[in-house]
Design a binder for this molecule. Structure first.
Ligand code: ZN
Length: 268
């Protein structure tokens, strides 16, 4: 029964993959950094030619986040595709606050390529290709960080990113987490208050059993690490064996070689 369901999902996914280039003709894909329509020569099939230097400058290389810049607990390792600055920051804010959900697709494609080594899409409108050469799946499931307040799907950036990334990496997306109480917006708080604000604020839903699962926890931005750590702790309490974190962009002081003064300390 489970296998039949899996097979029908595979067909659904294949159908969706075939339709994507057609859909891209009707709804051209846009550069998330400046909004222009992407040409065939786009960088990684996701960033326009004039934004390439900016994308390279803001790229988080290597993707793994230094623990010295964040105060993680419960979460194993965290990775980001970019630094949270300038046009990357602008793209994320556009996606989150102005309801431009299609930027999440381009940014998730970049995460797949820059963090997980997927092959870039052959042209805008196609999907990056992740070949699992080892045959061992990276993670049992992807968990998006749940929104602080109820949001519709178009505004729920972690969910949009997780769904796209899951499709590329062939990993299911699950949402076992819920909030146990109200939390304040993290961007209004200093570092110490951020940890207190989200401490024990997340838990697994009743009846959830994550026994033996290796999970990838996804947020749009990682700043102090308070939110991702609080969520990871809840997942471990739900039975997960390990939790890694991933995000589009991390708030850190950029290396001087990247040519920027620094990144604003905001968001979560
Ligand atoms: Zn651009």
């Amino acid at each position: 029964m489970k296998q039949r369901k899996r097979r029908s999902l595979d067909w659904l996914d294949r159908g969706r993959t075939a339709l994507e280039p057609l859909l891209a003709l009707a709804y051209p894909r846009h550069c998330p950094l400046c909004g222009t329509v992407l040409e065939q020569s786009a960088w990684k099939a996701a960033v326009c030619r004039s934004c390439i230097p900016e994308a390279e400058r803001l790229r988080h290389l290597p993707p793994r986040l230094p623990v010295t810049e964040h105060a993680f607990y419960a979460v194993n390792t965290c990775a980001a595709a970019f630094y949270y600055a300038d046009s990357v920051r602008h793209a994320i804010l556009l996606c989150k606050e102005n309801g431009n959900p299609w930027y999440a697709r381009e940014l998730a494609d970049l995460m797949a390529v820059l963090i997980f080594g997927a092959q870039p899409a052959r042209a805008p409108g196609y999907r990056p290709v992740y070949e699992n050469l080892s045959g061992i799946s990276l993670y049992s499931a992807i968990v998006p960080v749940p929104p602080r307040v109820k949001k519709n799907r178009a505004e729920n950036m972690p969910l949009l990113l997780a769904q796209r990334l899951g499709r590329i990496l062939h990993i299911p997306v699950i949402q076992p987490l819920c909030l146990t109480r109200q939390v304040l917006p993290q961007k209004s708080l200093d570092q110490q208050k951020r940890f207190a604000n989200v401490k024990d604020a997340y838990a697994c839903r009743t009846g959830v059993d994550l026994s033996g699962m290796r999970l990838l926890l996804l947020d749009d931005v990682i700043t102090t690490g308070a939110t991702i750590s609080a969520c990871a702790k809840a997942l471990l309490e739900g039975g997960a064996v390990s939790v890694d974190g991933v995000c589009v962009a991390a708030t850190e002081l950029m290396p001087k070689s990247h040519g920027a003064a620094g990144t604003p300390k905001e968001s979560k």
